[in-house]
Design a protein around this ligand. Structure first.
Ligand code: ME8
Length: 645
């Protein structure tokens, strides 16, 4: 039995997950499922990269410990993978005890072999990328990878003798062209890094406490990238004493990573493995990015976030898991960047899933049920049958070749070419006309049998891509969970019950899409234009300020105020009392969204009636330059009734 070990990068617990983040992991999941279906023994690894300066800083900003900061985000990420039907074999956290032990073993070995030595680091650090840069590598004084500010660092550090491995790395790329793909990334590594001369890598920090302490000098913590890269072997038990999985699965077949982190995977990681005397992964593949307006998709892109739905939760809620998976696996030529828009996603759903696949399934099932009640018997082959049957029988081979080249878009294209072929076959054989002629009943049976088989075989091969829908199609033909051997024409037995499926992928018309986008734009939590500096108000004394009574309340009910487009009527629980409050925020929040929100209320304002509704207080909001209102809420959990001062 072949073994297949595939990994995603481990994710920073940033919490700002967007559809771009889902790209690597959905592709890995699809490859892992495909190999499992082929009968390979698969280990699919993903996880979280939790140590380092970035998390330490963020936690401090939120007034919590790093552990308190990362735990809920890790849970959120796992929820996201669950939502996208990602089925990993291990979710590794770099805070896991076995991982920490493995990192310490690695450092100890490298220290003992002389590959790690102590010196002083003086150079620049980019916290968002967790990357060290020399002055000459900076671009206009900023991080050459992400363009953000860097800070000057000077501290005692341990260094890894990366420079020693430059020649072996060059030779690795030369002798083993498959090691790093696509080819363009090799040129990038050779020209930008190896030929420019590799310096030794700083691999410890004394100023970052949130990390793995070095076993031979615990005031130093491990550099987060060495810590993170080690996950690929720690997950298998390397350096922990329990390394059966390591013996079985290492070297990895594939590290699939985004192109911005190829440098760490194709230079630093193989050099560390060389220093440890371990085999190298068979392949590192640096995939492209999902772009918005030509830039790497990221949640902070203000305009994009307003006009495009990028949140995986929102997307799967609106369109379903399989539709989102399909877009990610089909739209972007593998290895290249590709533009993301909600319209493109919807275009794919309508054209490929609703029209082509959905129609084929529903027409085939409807005609079988109408005319035979269950799968009809297979008949003699005639004219157009031959092409359809041979396309079905050769489909696995073609998909297998594409998946071997990691090319999910091409594999889907192959499957959908059979879907298209089957739809054309309906036009050619005109089963509705055959149904009218009792003498042609046998031919009708043969045509519908052939269609049922085409649908079933496509569903078998679609399982790694669209697990829910493919399994629903298979179940509707009473097909059991099946491996790749089921992708052979003629296995469906006459008389098999067929169950009519509800539409798998309803078409999304323009009106529905516009409504979704409008609702999104209204609720998108995006930074807006900074408000103009307001005219200065006269100074007040502290006594003046204390005249205001501000309390935290929880909205327990909310409705629109009749005859007003602007006003919402909230019932707010403030400690032991409840108040009726009217606020002008209907354009920015729906009544449903308001319920459960913690708000700050001015509780000693003189009550007034607004549009006939009593308002006994005012809910505080921030207003930006576009006049958008955002509720002011306590940053941490506090009981309602708490005073604000
Ligand atoms: O880099 N398009 O983690 P991460 C496509 N912790 N892929 C994208 C993307 C986009 N717009 N944005 C992000 C890290 N990704 C490190 C890895 S591994 C030892 C340590 C992908 O959370 C990105 O390319 O920043 C990467 O593959 C994954 O999301 C996680 O990125």
């Amino acid at each position: 039995m072949a073994k297949y070990y595939i990994t995603t990068p481990i994710y920073y617990p940033s919490g700002n997950w967007h559809i771009g983040h889902c790209y690597t992991t959905v592709i890995c999941d699809c490859l892992a499922r495909f190999h499992k279906m082929k009968g390979d023994e698969v280990f699919f690894l993903t996880g979280t990269d939790e140590h380092g300066q970035k998390v330490e800083k963020e936690a401090k900003k939120h007034g919590v410990t790093p552990r308190e900061f990362v735990d809920p985000l890790v849970a959120e990420l796992k929820d996201m993978w669950n939502l996208l039907d990602v089925r990993y074999d291990r979710f590794l956290r770099t805070t896991d005890e076995d991982h920490v032990r493995c990192v310490q073993t690695i450092y100890q070995k490298l220290f003992e072999s002389g590959d790690i030595y102590k010196a002083e680091y003086s150079g620049y650090y980019c916290t968002p990328c967790e990357a060290f840069w020399t002055e000459s590598q900076l671009k206009d004084g900023k991080c050459p990878d992400c363009g953000r500010e860097v800070s000057l660092q000077k501290e005692e550090s341990y260094f890894f003798r990366l420079s020693k491995y430059a020649d072996r790395l060059l030779k690795l790329y030369e002798d083993n062209p498959d090691f790093l793909q696509p080819k363009s990334r090799v040129n990038e590594m050779v020209n930008n890094f190896l030929k420019a001369g590799l310096s030794d890598l700083c691999v410890s920090r004394t100023t970052v406490k949130w990390g793995v302490p070095l076993p031979f000098d615990p005031k130093h913590t491990a550099y987060v990238w060495v810590d993170a890269l080690s996950n690929y072997i720690s997950a298998l038990g390397y350096g922990t004493g329990e390394d059966d999985l390591f013996k079985k699965f290492w070297p990895a077949d594939l590290h699939l990573v985004g192109k911005e982190i190829v440098r760490f995977h194709a230079i630093v990681w193989p050099a560390i493995l060389m220093a440890l005397g371990l085999p190298l992964p068979k392949q590192v593949y640096g995939h492209g990015w999902l772009l918005i307006g030509g830039d790497k998709l990221s949640k902070s892109k203000e305009e994009a976030a307003k006009t495009q739905i990028t949140d995986p939760y929102e997307l799967t809620k609106a369109f379903g898991t399989d539709a989102v998976r399909y877009f990610l696996l089909r739209e972007i030529p593998f290895g290249s960047d590709g533009e993301y828009t909600t319209e493109r996603l919807v275009g794919r759903i309508n054209a490929d899933l609703a029209n082509d696949l959905g129609n084929l399934v529903s027409r085939t099932q409807a005609m079988i049920l109408q005319n035979f009640g269950s799968v009809p018997p297979r008949g003699k082959e005639e004219g157009p049958d031959v092409g359809l049957i041979s396309a079905c029988n050769s489909l696995f081979e073609r998909v297998d070749a594409d998946m071997g080249a990691l090319n999910a878009p091409e594999a889907l294209e192959e499957i959908f070419s059979v879907v298209a072929r089957a739809n054309k076959y309906i036009d050619e054989t005109m089963p509705w006309a055959l149904a009218k002629d009792p003498e042609r009943r046998e031919r009708l049976a043969a045509v519908l049998y052939n269609l049922a088989e085409a649908v079933r075989i496509c569903a078998v091969l679609l399982k790694p891509f669209l697990p829910k829908s493919a399994e629903a199609i298979l179940r509707s033909f009473s097909s059991e969970e099946a491996g790749i051997e089921a992708a052979r024409f003629g296995l469906l037995k006459a008389g098999t019950p067929v169950e009519k499926l509800p539409p798998l992928f309803p078409r999304i018309d323009k009106k529905t899409l516009d409504a979704l986008l409008a609702a999104h734009a209204k609720s998108a939590p995006v930074p807006q234009k900074t408000a103009e500096v307001p005219e200065k108000k006269p100074e007040i004394s502290f006594d003046d300020f204390t005249k205001l009574e501000l309390r935290v309340g929880e909205v327990i009910a909310c409705e629109k105020v009749a005859k007003s487009e602007k006003l919402l009527h909230e019932t707010v629980k403030i400690g032991a009392e409840t108040r009726s409050v009217v606020s002008g925020i209907a354009k920015f929040y729906t009544p449903e969204e308001m319920v459960g929100k913690k708000v700050v209320v001015v509780t000693n304002l003189k009550p007034v009636k607004l549009c006939g509704v009593l308002s006994e207080g005012m809910i505080l909001c921030a207003e930006d330059g576009d006049g958008r209102l955002s509720l002011v809420s306590p940053e941490r959990l506090v009981a309602d009734g708490a005073t604000v001062r």
